[in-house]
Ligand binder design. Sequence first.
Ligand code: 3H9
Length: 708
Amino acid sequence: MTLDPSADAALVTHELRGKVLLVTIDHAPVNALSADVRRGLLAAIEAADADASIEAVLIVGAGRNFIAGADIREFGKPPVPPALPDVCNRIEACTKPVVAAIHGAALGGGLEVALAAHYRIAVDGAKLGLPEVQLGLLPGAGGTQRTPRLIGAAAALDLILSGRHTDAKEALAMGLVDRVGRSGDILAEGLAYTHELLAARASVRRTRDAAALADRAASLATVATARAETAKKSRGLFSPLKIVEAVEAAIEQPFDDGLRLERKLFLQCIDSPQRAGLIHAFFAEREVLKAPETRDAKARALDAIGVVGGGTMGAGIAVAVLDAGLPVTMIERDDASLARGRAHIEKVYDGLIARGRLSAEKKADIMTRWSGSTSYDALAAADLVIEAVFEDPAVKQAVFAELDRVCKAGAVLATNTSYLDIDALAASISRPADVIGLHFFSPANIMKLLEVVVPKPVSADVVATAFELAKKLRKTPVRAGVCDGFIGNRLLAVYRSAADAMMEDGASPYQIDAAVRAFGFPMGPFQVVDLAGGDIGWATRKRRAATRNPAARYVQIADRLCERGWFGQKTGRGFYLYSEGSRSGTPDPEVEAIIDAERVRAGITPRTFSDEEIVRRYMAAMINEGANVVHEGIALRPLDVDVTLLYGYGFPRYRGGPMKYADMVGLPTILADIREFAKEDPLFWRASPLLIDLVQRGADFASLNQPA
Ligand code: 3H9
């Protein structure tokens, strides 16, 4: 029997099952707590309290989840009543026992609904957590008050500050749920548990009255430790310290006062730019998965993978593939190189064993899926082959000629080039429609970004296969068009040039790095050069010297360092000095002297830069090139640029990516900066036509973030 067949009832239905009111939330895809769902839940509880024949309430989610949390799309918009904290309070105040039966995700507001219920049962596969911190928020529907009262300050702070998911078994152990169901049938488990509670005459049991904070002194000591650790670790994030404050209030204040403080802090988080940046990142990283080809075409098989090249990149890719549970065949030119390739792979796993994160047996098991050969013929059965050999067009073409000869019809032939013309590579073989770029980032088994570079003749199902591979490898794929540097390295080249120019004009590399770190990047541009190896960029610069625009400014400081053999960490010095085995460098007075000499050579009188100006120039360069790659169709939308920089280049997630950041600063401001900087170097600071157009129309990058 459905008691309330109103519009809300479509999303939240309630029906009598004997004396139990079964409340089902059915709001695809993840049962997010939209205004209609909140209204529906409230109506259900009101109905239960009003009907004397109802003895208990059971809340379940339809589909694959209990409730994934508040509806994130509502944040930043005018609030629509009833507010979730009020709904939770009403559930808790219900005069009949309320049971939450949890399968799939019970996250954020979803777990808060469950905590407001009086009893909780979870089944295998349940994911419980309070991940608000990852969105720049804190649990704002009683989570900071009920969780510590139920499971203690330490466990609550761990859950809320990490945002991690816990499973049914651990949730039971920590007291977050009362029961783990034996079967996966959530409805049957929930009903059985509710009937059991009724038979035992279980009464209403409110989490607000739970006593896990009874040892006040110990709880406060836990909070003090968490506060000190969080201040050290949270690196500019706004919400973690607010979380500590809210949990402290749970210890020190009556429940209702604690809730009021939680609400106040939650609203501060909602208003913070970090919330806007992090939620943009959340949706953007899902949106990039929806490249047009993934909608229109079906992926080809991916059961056997080949990797050509056993260097750092090839081995890293092989590890990523092995970690996904797939077999890898590695090709190298001779036995010694093949042995080195295998050794590179083993080194990764041995490192894990040394840190206690992998057993020797598991490693042996993984390595059974690796095979190596010096003959391309071993790739005859491969579904997809990734070439990761030396970055030279002739070498790559020779590899592709071999792949063309040996691979079966329908095999996907991928190149891991970071800037070469894949259209030309595809055209050089008999099956251009099977050729695609898969640009991994080093270390390839760790870095999440995968640029899927789409040459003109490629067939849609090959692109869909690349996205499927990314899914299997747990990478975040971004679709990119063919150009020099694709999305990421193309932007990098431009903002690196901006940094070089500032260095020659008077800022020290150490000041630039510090300013960029203070913005939120883990490393500044010169630290990155030292980490990657200065020789790599040097080789590229030498290769491009003949085609460089002679009118463009060219800063030679990095070349001077490379001429001395100072390639960064691996040689013990680069822009920084590295003591034996150290990975963090110290400023080098000799480098500063070289920079001074270069300024004299270039006829530059050094001037001072504020940290703020450094960031403005760095970001303007990045954003302007980001606009260019969108304008040229290299990136589908601004959000694809954002995800590239977030996942491949250390852009601070809480700022959402360069294009989101630009929207938040305001595009007219960015354009005005570029025009100001252009007075010194008009060739470098040419405003992107897209940026100019958006400013003229009063629009922003977000307006271009339509579904692909
Ligand atoms: C909160 O609860 C605040 C409260 O404390 C206080 C309030 C006062 N809302 O990830 P998927 C969409 S903050 C709206 O691909 P999966 C998602 O965008 C919230 N939409 O599936 C995607 O849309 P599309 C705390 C949401 O199976 C679709 O659902 N909760 C939400 O791989 C499928 O998502 C969280 O932070 C949402 N809450 O993973 C949990 N969640 O199809 C966030 C998802 O158009 N969610 N969507 O691209 C997740 O972690 C995962 O989505 C989940 C499912 C694990 C649930």
